[in-house]
Design a protein around this ligand. Structure first.
Ligand code: HEM
Length: 456
């Protein structure tokens, strides 16, 4: 049966529009390249489905949450493809890029490793790592908060994945390599000419070296762990023991290596950027900052925050949700039509690119009144119930929904609580936030001044 016939269709009539400003031959490529965030946020005003010209080709951006949902829950029709095909060559056929039966198989094997009951174990040391990082902060000193969060998140990712196995020097080297690798993957993925990455340029050599070293570091951790055979209660132990629920089959070393590199790429920069945006928002909204401090102080008192405190940090979690709305780390994603189909009644030929963008959804005034306002109250009490279903989409949906969503939210809340219980971070006067849409939406340089709240 043609899968198009079985897809569940959202029932209503939809508007269709074309993005303005296409230029001959290039279409909207230059606009997407130069100011993608503004461009994407402007498109829902043109229809529920908006056609965008990429060179001489056409892509379709779903702007209504129901249509985005339709795309994401019908992977047989809207498959992972396009730039993901390129990423597959770079990341191996790991969870984030695999498709079809292979993806379903991997997801079933790996999903138990991210079960919510495991999260408390994985994050038990996050508070310690955060305290160690902020112990070296000095009153009045300026920190680049993006850089500080990136370093911390790499430590946290290493701890979550490898628990005791990684020393500080190795973690720092892995972080250095990961930065180069993840930016290299992004550049290679969007580059129109494969030949460019084969040239012996300094940039390509740096990428090859970093990629090799990162994989060597991860490989040696896996080897060490295989030899010790002990269960360390971390993500790597869980992956090594993971069995397919039906066949009992386990992952090979090569598969685990690809998955771990994928988790590092997918998990650390996204979470680090979220934290940087949270601290920027708190630093520029003193009333919200005061409420966060009061809530943490009331819930935690003089001790350090722990996992069990998180349910009481309702306002702090609302701030994090609002940061993810305003600055979604995964700002745009895509699928490819596997068959001739339609989107909102508009024909979409097999092979066409179908786009969805958390940036476009989250900044749509029809879905979020005053979308540019930082307003954590949107996520509290009755107001939270007014948010249209599917309008908030930082972690995607459907079979490719972020497998690390609960882990990411837990780590973020714990780190915000641990830092905010000890420090205020004040923006350096004259600093302007300039989010950088790369593989992840990054906060860019964000110098903030550390002011102690209380001493441990
Ligand atoms: C704030 C932090 C994070 C954000 C905003 C985020 C966002 C996303 C989004 C939007 C997707 C779906 C992409 C698509 O449908 O094309 C995704 C997938 C994925 N994420 Fe995350 N992520 C975060 C943290 C993490 C963490 C901590 C991990 C792991 C340790 C992780 C691992 C993955 C993996 C493996 C996938 C692919 C899942 C699949 O295709 O089955 N992410 N993430």
């Amino acid at each position: 049966m043609n899968p198009a016939e079985v897809a569940e269709k959202p029932a209503r009539s939809w508007s269709f529009g074309t993005a303005p400003g296409a230029v001959p031959l290039l279409g909207h490529v230059l606009t997407l390249w130069r100011r993608p965030l503004e461009f994407l946020a402007s498109l829902p005003a043109h229809g529920d489905v908006v056609e965008v010209r990429l060179g001489t080709g056409r892509a379709y951006l779903a702007c209504h949450p129901d249509l985005v949902h339709h795309i994401l829950v019908n992977p047989r029709i809207f498959d992972k493809g396009g730039l993901f095909d390129k990423a597959r060559q770079l990341l191996g056929n790991s969870l984030s890029v695999s498709r079809g039966d292979e993806h379903r198989y991997q997801r079933r094997v790996i999903q138990p490793a991210f079960h919510s009951t495991k999260i408390a174990d994985y994050t038990s040391a996050v508070g310690d790592d955060t305290r160690t990082a902020i112990d070296s902060w000095e009153a009045g000193r300026t920190q680049d908060i993006g850089e500080a969060m990136h370093a911390l998140l790499m430590r946290v990712a290493a701890r979550t994945l490898f628990s005791t196995g990684a020393d500080d020097r190795t973690v720092e080297e892995a972080r250095h390599c990961l930065r180069i690798v993840s930016q290299g993957i992004y550049k290679r993925t969007i580059s129109p000419l494969d030949i460019l990455e084969k040239l012996p340029t300094p940039g390509n050599r740096r990428y090859d070296h970093a990629n090799r070293r990162l994989r060597e570091i991860v490989e040696s951790m896996i080897g060490e762990r295989r030899r010790s055979a002990a269960d360390h209660g971390d993500l790597l132990s869980t992956l090594l023991r993971a069995e397919h629920p039906d066949t009992g089959q386990r992952l090979t070393d090569e598969e685990i290596l690809d998955q771990v590199v994928t988790f590092l790429v997918a998990g650390s920069e996204t979470t680090a950027s979220t934290l940087a945006f949270v601290f920027h928002l708190l630093g520029t909204h003193p009333e919200a900052e005061r409420r966060v401090h009061a809530e943490i102080d009331a819930a935690v008192g003089d001790r350090s925050p722990v996992f069990d405190d998180l349910p009481r940090l309702e306002y702090t979690r609302a701030v994090i949700t609002e940061a993810l709305r305003l600055y979604p780390p995964s700002w745009m994603s895509m699928r490819v039509a596997a068959v001739d189909t339609d989107l909102g009644g508009h024909p979409v030929p097999a092979g066409a690119l179908v786009l969805y963008s958390a940036q476009a959804l989250h900044h749509n005034p029809e879905l979020f009144p005053d979308p540019e306002e930082f307003d954590p109250e949107r996520w509290l009490g009755d107001r939270a119930k007014e948010v249209p279903r599917g309008a908030l989409l930082p972690f995607g949906a459907g079979s490719h929904k972020c497998i690390g969503d609960v882990l990411a939210l837990t780590e973020t809340a714990l780190i915000v609580a641990t830092i905010a219980s000890r420090w205020r971070l004040l923006p350096v006067p004259g600093t302007t936030l300039r989010p950088e849409p790369k593989a992840t939406l990054e906060a860019g340089p964000l110098p903030m001044i550390c002011e102690p709240r209380r001493h441990p």
